[in-house]
Design a binder for this molecule. Structure first.
Ligand SMILES: [Zn+2]
Length: 243
């Protein structure tokens, strides 16, 4: 009995010693690890917060929106116009960029002539009605003519011209793409905040036929991004919003 008791005491002492020495450094290591973890956890948190902030350093944010069949302008949308040529007007803020572009083109021997700019809702409706009538004259029913006209002319609020941010230049014909003016615009329009809004290879995305004459003001930063990426305003808009 006595011998067994001593053995149990010795065994217990041995176990306590073992537990003490094995756990102590372990605890220390765990504490060190904990400190390291909290430091490394802090760093990515800061990075994540920074990433969430919009990094877009854009000029003229007021000009960055889509106008289309899908995104029509509100009925009470107002444009504060400025004359850019003859009776043609643009949004007064975009107008200054257009005039700078026209001047720069002229300095390079290129004439940019405005053939359409800001349109009122009434005028847009008039253009649409004329188109409907021309299809009716070709023998279509009212309904067929309405649908056919919709392929070619926008309804009030659905045209970028209603926003005062778009201009049609020189020639409403696809052959305009072969002109020196088109070449100049392809190289320089973005420097003045303008984009070729309805490119040839993007009809499926814009929903609008190729219009080499139609330029839209979006601001210099966005125009440069869109040109460099070779994408449409729709695609760029989705990219920016992270869709
Ligand atoms: Zn146009």
């Amino acid at each position: 009995m006595k011998k067994e008791f001593v053995f149990v005491i010795l065994l217990s002492a041995l176990l306590i010693t073992l537990v003490f020495f094995t756990t102590m450094p372990g605890r220390k290591r765990a504490e060190e690890k904990k400190t390291e973890t909290s430091v490394s956890e802090t760093t990515p948190t800061v990075t994540t917060t920074e990433k969430k902030k919009p990094e877009v350093d854009a000029d003229n944010p007021w000009a960055f929106y889509i106008v289309s069949k899908e995104y029509p302008l509100p009925e009470d949308f107002t444009v504060y116009p400025k004359k850019i040529q003859d009776d043609y007007e643009m949004d007064y803020r975009a107008a200054n960029y257009f005039l700078d572009m026209k001047e720069a083109a002229a300095a390079d021997g290129i004439e940019l002539t405005v053939i359409s700019a800001k349109r009122s809702r009434q005028y847009q409706q008039q253009l649409f009605n004329q188109e409907v009538e021309s299809f009716i004259a070709k023998g279509m029913s009212d309904e067929e003519a309405f649908e056919a006209a919709r392929e070619w002319v926008a309804l009030p609020g659905e045209s970028e011209h209603n926003s005062g941010l778009a201009v049609d230049l020189n020639d409403l014909d696809e052959s305009f793409e072969e002109s020196d003016a088109f070449k100049w615009l392809s190289e320089h329009a973005h420097e003045y905040g303008f984009i070729l809004r309805y490119p040839k290879d993007k009809v499926g995305i814009t929903g609008v036929k190729y219009e080499p004459w139609h330029y839209r003001f979006v601001g210099v930063y966005h125009a440069t991004q869109i040109k460099e990426k070779g994408i449409t305003l729709e695609e760029y808009y989705d990219e920016i919003r992270g869709d």
